[in-house]
Design a protein around this ligand. Structure first.
Ligand SMILES: Nc1ncnc2c1ncn2[C@@H]1O[C@H](COP(=O)(O)OP(=O)(O)OP(=O)(O)O)[C@@H](O)[C@H]1O
Length: 265
């Protein structure tokens, strides 16, 4: 084993990300080129433990590519990406990163339509593997408590036995967030959570995401500015693969550079 591999194993064995210096995610000087086109350009970004951060930016700003780097789907050409002080994400595979406690929710819900709401959580808890084995295995009291608590958090307690395919679009999105929560992530990456939702569903999603902050660190990428305003604490504006502005919603909305970027879209 090379020295590098040893270091990688140690970080995995360390388990919990070391956020003793407040940040849980460190992205530093990241660069990604696709056929010579710089999708990510010297990007540096820090997320604090328990923080709820909104990431906005016009189409093509690099938001998805940034999420892809954090989850190991895209490898940067240069730069650093650390989870806590010690866990080097750039040395890990996608499953290793998920196991380390980074959960990602994509825009489109992907629940198991023919299974009940509770079974979906059960399957997610077992890592979506061995479907039938998972569903026949008896849940421990602790596992059952986690399912019950998660259903309460996502507002689907009354839908316990309901087939997931029969849920509304918004309910499917919440169920999928629940499927991440049962895996007890430290960091949740949520991509365009309110696309296609009714106003009522958007309000409920705002409550849900804000209730998760503190217990988890949450990064939300979203185009809907009214929604972002309703949940925003700190907002990061990406443009051409870099951070253009960062601050409160009011600060970034009144930033002339941000105004120009959005007007020019
Ligand atoms: N695999 C790829 N090959 C080539 N170019 C890519 C690839 N992935 C992304 N890009 C380009 O990189 C840039 C950044 O894309 P990215 O999807 O990260 O932006 P985004 O901010 O998520 O945009 P949107 O809000 O439209 O989803 C875009 O110009 C995109 O066309």
């Amino acid at each position: 084993m090379s020295e590098g591999e040893g270091a990688h194993l140690r970080t995995l064995e360390a388990g919990k990300p070391d956020a003793s210096h407040t940040a849980i995610l460190y992205l530093e000087d990241l660069n990604v080129s696709f056929d010579g086109f710089k999708a990510i350009n010297n990007l540096s970004l820090y997320i604090d433990k328990g923080e709820l951060r909104c990431i906005i930016g016009p189409n093509g700003a690099g938001k998805t590519t940034m999420m892809d780097i954090i989850t190991g789907k895209t490898r940067p050409n240069s730069g650093k990406a650390f989870f806590g002080q010690t866990i080097d994400l750039l040395r890990m595979s996608e499953p290793e990163i998920a196991n380390a406690g980074i959960g990602r929710k994509f825009q489109k819900p992907t629940v198991f339509e023919s299974h009940s709401v509770a079974e979906n959580l059960e399957l997610a808890m077992h890592g979506n593997k061995k479907v039938w084995h998972s569903l026949w295995a008896k849940l421990s009291g602790e596992q059952q408590d986690l399912i019950d608590a998660t259903l309460q958090t996502i507002g689907l307690t009354d839908q316990y036995h309901q087939q997931a395919g029969a849920l509304s679009h918004g309910q499917k999105q919440w169920l999928e967030i629940g499927m991440l929560l049962v895996q007890k992530p430290y960091l949740l990456l949520v991509d365009e959570p309110v696309a296609g939702m009714t106003h009522q569903e958007m309000d409920r999603t705002a409550e849900l995401l804000t209730s998760l902050a503190g217990k988890h660190s949450v990064v939300v990428v979203e185009h809907d500015m009214d929604f972002v305003r309703s949940i925003a604490r700190k907002v990061t504006v990406l443009h051409q693969g870099s951070v253009l502005a960062e601050g409160s919603m009011d600060e970034v909305q009144n930033d002339q550079r941000v105004v120009e970027v959005y007007l020019g879209e």
